[in-house]
Write a protein that binds this ligand. Structure first.
Ligand SMILES: Nc1nc2c(c(=O)[nH]1)N[C@H]1C(S)=C(S)[C@@H](COP(=O)(O)OP(=O)(O)OC[C@H]3O[C@@H](n4cnc5c(=O)[nH]c(N)nc54)[C@H](O)[C@@H]3O)O[C@H]1N2
Ligand SMILES: Nc1nc2c(c(=O)[nH]1)N[C@H]1C(S)=C(S)[C@@H](COP(=O)(O)OP(=O)(O)OC[C@H]3O[C@@H](n4cnc5c(=O)[nH]c(N)nc54)[C@H](O)[C@@H]3O)O[C@H]1N2
Ligand SMILES: [Mo]
Length: 772
């Protein structure tokens, strides 16, 4: 077969051609149309089969012998028993019926947060939620771990959040018009490798380069120099982490002090500036929020802050705020502050001006493309009113029946008896894993659909072995990518592994809801249904897509880009009366009466600086170093950590920990040393990288290493491999969004004395023979 016509597969990290031999995938080549392909995809080939692959339904031994709720403290430590599908379907159906009869459907938690895989039909969460909605529903979750604070907060300010992600001012517009690109949290291209739903064409590096070539100047406000490509010659301002809001507020103060703010814009397009101005001047609390004030907080000089403010007002400025800034204590504030600041500069809706939510956080941000109105598998009607903000999962399990606040509502945690996860890894994504481990012992049954023996599967009672995208036909229909990809099945699933769809269909049969779940359609019927609906929606938007058969024959299709560069909020700027925002005032709410009305001490009616739970300026801090556990460059979260691409990024088999030379010297550490990273919440091992590309006082350790406790099942156990979430705090951003705060974390580092215990994260658990 010609190389260019090898079958295609698509993933959140790119599109690849797959080489096969004897019905097995043996190699990948990058999609020839992708100008900047990501190496991440090559990680799958070696791990499609082998000891980490789950090839049969599995039940934890005590659960199988003694029933639900037995020895839940042994989760993660016990052997599994391989059973047949027939048996596991029966066990699950009985357990669902028991839980529902005794406690109701709200006792099932199936928020099931996670990224799963990119294909549109075989989307694990959609499959699971659709199935559970045929049997009366489940307690769900609101928001993401990516930017929960913004998802709850920004709609109060701009009327929407998610909808704007498709409309962020494009790199084309920036190259054409932007003088100064100021990036709070940088614009790390490592993250632009990814797009939720799949990537056909990586354009982040190219977009940035073209802006630089056209004369745009870049400022990287970040603890890491690498958060901006070297070739952009960015000015690097290494403020203390979690102090960006103070910086933005002080920039706003300088604008007012110098009379540089755009009063006409503020009058016409915003409400409540005077309330914020009273806060700036100190009228509210006696504290003047000037550059000297922010200099003490951020440790950038007052002169640097004032100069930056003046440069921002002197030309066309784009303010980018990384998504990471929402994943910190008071993570609602950086976005509100940035929108306030951009309003004062008065360039919102102009080419290359205003603000953007995290350039390069994903490939699509700054893209110049026609949004695809992709259909998805319908999940059915929501039937249980209970829900939690997604990151409050441990709180929910530990505190059933207790009240909590969220976005103006007083809610109660439901009493969860059964947890089901498909397509997510809570032992990757949640904070304070030792606390989560205690919470994880509360439910009577935990079911996980997984394809590999990662920590999520190991900590389940029942594991349903699923397929990978290489083992099924699917479609990449990403709402934010120009390519549509026909994803081809290239190999058979090993052993008893099943598509999530087939697994749920089997259980649905036992629950008497097979017809409701499948609607009589199989994989191919559903793919046609999803595709035809997508095609029809696009035809209504005057975009013609090929038929499914044509797409399959030609393997991919690229939509033409819009003719004009995308400029966020252009319509609103052109005519704010005809195109109002969906806020109560129709304008940008610099002061929100709604938020003010919630009466939250930790999130008042306009943006404010509030000291985070932990930061380098904390008085009497017990731990001296700020941990940045950012996204890994060689994988997506925990996915493919066991593959060769991720393994090559490790040092001595452990997660690298980057320290500044001063911090390393103070602890007698050098490159390659195995260290303990620790605080009161936990400890993990890592291997030292010494670099001056990090701010002193900050250490960096990516997320994603599979949790590898020295004593499995025991909370507080040392993670031998380097999962930083044993260290991060589990607290909501504020009562408003209750988002996760992984980037707010103090730790210390010390040499690990003696022989470091071996990493065993990639060894499967003990597996016993099928019971009869
Ligand atoms: N410390 C710290 N923690 C963080 C972050 C941080 O910056 N710092 N970032 C947070 C963010 S932004 C996010 S989005 C989360 C990500 O957290 P997750 O999305 O939970 O992480 P993934 O590793 O992508 O988990 C996806 C899981 O789905 C499985 N999977 C893949 N395909 C399929 C399939 O077809 N079927 C089934 N059943 N399973 C499948 C994979 O094997 C994997 O276990 O992490 C958060 N956690
Ligand atoms: N390769 C790869 N790419 C990914 C992912 C992945 O797992 N791997 N995950 C994807 C997902 S789910 C998401 S949500 C996005 C997330 O995208 P981001 O939220 O942008 O991801 P991070 O890498 O956590 O953070 C970006 C940078 O912010 C800086 N930073 C952290 N805290 C602060 C602070 O307080 N102030 C300032 N100024 N800077 C700070 C850190 O130096 C960090 O490198 O990435 C996506 N892209
Ligand atoms: Mo995310």
């Amino acid at each position: 077969m010609a190389k260019s016509s090898l079958p295609l597969t698509a993933a959140h990290w790119g599109t690849y051609r797959v080489e096969t031999k004897d019905g097995c995938a043996v190699g990948m080549t990058d999609f020839e149309r992708d100008p900047d392909p990501s190496p991440i995809g090559h990680g799958i080939i070696d791990v499609q089969s082998g000891p980490t692959r789950i090839t049969s339904p599995m039940v934890r031994e005590s659960w199988l012998e003694h029933g639900p709720g037995h020895r839940t403290d042994r989760r993660g430590a016990e052997a599994f028993v391989a059973v047949s599908w027939e048996k596991v379907e029966r066990l699950i159906a009985d357990e669902l019926n028991r839980v529902i009869a005794a406690h109701g459907n709200s006792a099932i938690y199936a928020g099931s947060y996670g990224w799963a895989s990119a294909g549109r039909f075989h989307h694990a969460q959609s499959q699971m939620k659709r199935f559970l909605n045929t049997i009366g529903g489940f307690t769900g979750s609101f928001g993401t771990y990516s930017f929960a604070a913004a998802e709850a907060m920004v709609p109060h300010i701009l009327g929407d959040f998610r909808g704007f992600l498709n409309k962020i001012t494009s790199w084309d517009s920036i190259a054409e018009s932007t003088d100064l690109f100021v990036a709070f949290g940088g614009a790390p291209v490592k993250n632009g490798q990814i797009e939720s739903g799949g990537v056909g064409e990586h354009f982040q590096p190219g977009g940035m380069r073209s802006a630089r070539a056209a004369g745009t100047e870049f400022v990287n406000i970040s603890p890491l120099r690498s958060d901006m490509m070297d070739e952009l010659d960015a000015e690097w301002l290494a403020a203390r982490p979690n102090t960006d809001t103070a910086l933005m507020i002080a920039i706003a103060h300088t604008l007012v002090a110098d009379g540089l703010h755009d009063r006409a814009f503020l009058d016409r397009y915003t409400v409540g500036f005077e309330r914020f101005e009273a806060y700036l001047s100190g009228e509210v609390d006696g504290i003047v929020k000037d550059a000297a004030w922010a200099a003490e907080i951020s440790e950038l000089s007052a002169e640097t802050i004032r100069n930056l403010a003046r440069r921002m007002a002197a030309g066309r400025t784009m303010i980018s705020v990384a998504w990471s800034l929402t994943r910190q204590d008071h993570g609602e504030q950086p976005y509100w502050a940035a929108i306030t600041l951009a309003s004062m500069l008065g360039q919102i809706g102009l080419p290359g001006g205003g603000f953007g939510f995290g350039y390069s956080a994903e490939n699509s941000i700054g893209g110049q493309m026609t949004p695809l109105e992709a259909a998805s598998l319908p999940q059915g009607q929501k039937q249980v009113a209970d829900f939690i903000p997604v990151a409050r999962v441990s709180d929910m399990l530990l505190h059933p029946g207790e009240p909590f606040d969220f976005d103006g509502q007083h809610l109660t945690y439901p009493d969860i008896r059964l947890v089901w996860w498909a397509g997510g890894n809570a032992f990757h994504h949640h904070q304070d894993l030792n606390r989560m481990l205690r919470a994880w012992q509360k439910p009577e049954t935990i079911i996980v659909n997984e394809w590999c023996w990662n920590p999520m599967a190991r900590h389940a009672d029942i594991v349903l072995p699923c397929t990978t995208p290489l083992e099924r036909n699917d479609l990449m229909l990403c709402p934010r990518d120009p390519y549509l990809i026909a994803m081809e099945k290239v190999s058979d699933a090993p052993g008893e592994a099943r598509n999530d769809f087939n697994a749920f269909a089997g259980i649905a049969k036992r629950m008497g809801t097979h017809e409701a779940f499948t609607e009589g359609r199989d994989e191919d019927d559903w793919l046609r249904w999803i595709y035809d609906l997508t095609r029809q929606r696009m035809a209504e938007n005057k975009v013609e897509l090929p038929s499914l058969d044509e797409l399959r024959a030609q393997q991919y299709f690229k939509m033409a880009p819009p003719s004009e560069p995308t400029v966020m909020l252009r319509d609103f700027r052109d005519d704010p009366i005809a195109n109002p925002l969906k806020t109560p005032s129709g304008k940008i709410e610099i002061f929100s009466a709604t938020v003010d009305g919630f009466g939250y001490d930790d999130c008042p009616g306009h943006t404010v600086w509030r000291e985070p739970l932990e930061w380098l300026g904390k008085a009497d801090a017990k731990y001296p170093l700020h941990l940045i556990s950012n996204q890994p460059s060689a994988k997506l979260h925990s996915q493919l950590d066991h593959g060769p691409v991720s393994k090559a990024s490790k040092l001595k088999g452990r997660e690298p920990v980057m320290l500044h030379p001063d911090d390393a010297a103070a602890r007698g550490l050098s490159g390659g040393d195995v260290v303990r990273v620790f605080n009161d919440r936990g400890a993990c091992l890592g291997a030292v990288v010494v670099s001056d590309a990090i701010r002193p006082g900050v250490i960096q350790m990516s997320t994603g290493a599979w949790y590898d406790p020295e004593t499995p099942g025991r909370a507080g156990s040392l993670c031998k491999h380097g999962n930083p979430n044993v260290l991060t705090p589990d607290k909501g951003t504020s009562k408003l969004a209750q988002g996760p705060i992984a980037h707010t974390c103090l730790v210390d580092v010390a040499l690990f004395e003696g022989k470091a215990p071996p990493v065993t994260a990639f060894e499967p658990p003990e597996i016993k023979q099928q019971s009869t």
